[in-house]
Design a protein around this ligand. Structure first.
Ligand code: FAD
Length: 485
């Protein structure tokens, strides 16, 4: 089954109800970023239309119902003690967090060897490997703190850090092949891209913006510490329920036309006019909209050069979390198998048993080319290697292939290969004429995560309010004239 049994459907209006409309601002994309911007501008008294291509809100947050009012997440899910923005928004709509299940031993399969362990690293890998891993993580942690979350291009050694991949750094700084294999696996799980694709600067930037490299990998002491009761996807659904006058579903934006005193946004079946437009969609997709006049080269280069990561999230459902009785936490990591990490994501009462499996980076590229049935067999084989034969017999199995999604095209977020941030990073947030940019990739606090999306929505609302307050309103800017920096 695919992940179509989602909980994001809402009683809000469809764009075809109102083919022509005007507002102070058009916001494109009803993910957390667009919903936050809309909420903030509405509270400031602006008229807003939030145009969403899909027939649901939430974007990279999507749910799957388990029945009895329980649900799991097919997209974004976790937060930690440093995730203040998403925790605050969740509280504001009455969604509560609970502790991620993290008791018992973890399982790691590295280069064919199976380890059961507690803590972050499998200690049976041997003292030399452990010492090697430990020193590498310390170095990464130290370097990450030198990269400002509000702009990696501002780092003191930005040029040097952005002129190498994370893999080339690992080859110079990690001596043992097992430690490199473990780091590669962890990177693919956390960044959805292989170390050879990622700029070292991006790895450090995301780590620092998230709260630290080790923090990014940890459950109890890290960003995976909590989940939301009812699922993270219930947050955008509840936000949208309070924005019924603003949200329009089924509105696929194809073109943005800037005029001296307004902006015209069009798509199949609708035409909207406003003073401002906020583009709150993934970077790659922002590059596929037609702009008139054409955007400056520095902005187009950015959208050409920042691809989305690759992830397929699979959910295997069992009558009970049988691994817990065997003293296992349900966490399975594999460096050369069909996925990179699986976690116990059962509901708070432990019924039914649920494993969420993250097929990421190179594993996603391999599996996405297989027929769906073969992907299922491959994923279940990996779970059996980790947790035993019962893992091969789920009562239900769901997959959400984010690469195939027309209005996402990969996740968890857009990443930068070498040279991008130092060449055109400032274009991430710099407005162009009447167009302002949001979306998690433009966030500062927890860029790439739910928090980054909220942060970007708040920032873009402040930008627009400031522009109007400073009388930089209609007619005051020319397309392409915004400062590149
Ligand atoms: C599998 C997975 C696991 C993740 N895990 C976590 C996690 O544990 N913790 C965490 O904090 N984050 C996690 N994330 C990341 C998090 O979900 C995202 O950072 C966040 O939801 C992005 O929100 P956004 O509003 O920036 O973008 P999106 O959610 O992508 O919203 C953009 C919206 O724009 C719409 N759209 C696109 N094109 C158009 C168009 N042309 N016209 C109109 N609308 C359009 C889309 O349909 C979408 O609704 C995960 C993501 C995934 C997919």
């Amino acid at each position: 089954m695919d992940g179509s049994r989602d909980n994001g459907r809402l009683d809000v209006r469809h764009v075809t109800d109102e083919a022509r409309f005007e507002a102070d601002t058009i916001v494109i994309g009803a993910g957390l970023a667009g919903l936050t911007a809309t909420r903030e501008l509405k509270e400031a008294g602006w008229t807003v239309r939030l145009l969403e291509a899909r027939e649901r809100v939430g974007g990279r947050l999507k749910g799957y119902s388990l029945g009895d009012g329980k649900a799991v997440d097919l997209g974004g899910e976790y937060f930690g003690d440093k995730s203040t923005a998403i925790a605050e928004v969740a509280r504001s709509v009455g969604v509560n967090g609970f502790r991620t299940y993290d008791k018992g031993k973890r399982v790691s399969l590295i280069n064919g060897r199976r380890f059961e362990y507690t803590g972050l690293f499998p200690w049976r890998m041997g003292p030399a490997t452990l010492a090697d891993l430990g020193q590498a993580v310390l170095k990464i942690e130290r370097l990450a703190r030198t990269v400002p979350p509000d702009g990696p291009w501002k780092a003191r050694n930005a040029e040097e850090l952005d002129s190498q991949t994370f893999w080339s750094w690992c080859r110079r700084n990690v001596a043992t092949s097992t430690a490199r294999a473990f780091l590669t696996m962890a990177t693919e799980a956390a960044y959805c891209a292989s170390p050879a694709d990622l700029s070292l600067l991006h790895v450090l930037y995301y780590a620092n913006a998230s709260g630290g490299f080790r923090y990014l990998l940890e459950i109890s002491g890290g960003i995976q510490r909590y989940r939301f009761d009812g699922g993270a996807h219930s947050i955008p659904t509840k936000l949208a329920a309070r924005l019924r006058d603003e949200v329009r579903l089924g509105a696929v934006v194809r073109k943005i036309e800037q005029r001296p005193d307004s902006v015209v946004v069009t798509g199949p079946g609708f035409k909207a006019q406003a003073r401002w437009v906020v583009v709150a969609i993934p970077l790659t997709l922002a590059g596929r909209i037609t702009y008139e006049e054409a955007l400056p080269g520095y902005r187009d280069q950015l959208t050409q050069r920042m691809p989305a990561g690759a992830a397929i999230k699979c959910i295997a459902i069992y009558d009970e979390p049988f691994w817990r009785d065997a003293g296992l936490s349900g966490q399975v990591t594999i460096n050369d198998g069909p996925f990179r990490v699986a976690f116990d994501t059962s509901p708070p009462d432990g019924s039914p048993g649920v494993l969420s499996v993250f097929v990421t980076g190179s594993a996603a590229w391999t599996l996405t080319c297989l027929p769906r049935a073969e992907r299922r067999v491959a994923v279940l084989d990996g779970l059996v290697r980790g947790l035993g034969p019962r893992a091969g017999k789920p009562t239900d199995f769901v997959e959400q292939n984010w690469l195939d999604e027309e209005f996402t095209r990969g996740c968890y977020h857009g990443f930068a290969p070498p040279g991008v941030y130092t060449a055109c990073g400032p274009a991430l947030r710099a407005p162009i004429g009447r167009i302002h940019w949001a979306g998690t990739e433009t966030g500062v606090h927890q860029m790439g995560s739910m928090g980054g999306a909220i942060d970007s929505g708040r920032r873009v609302a402040q930008e627009l309010l400031a522009r109007e307050a400073n009388a930089l309103g209609p007619g005051a800017t020319i397309v392409g004239a915004a400062a590149h920096g």
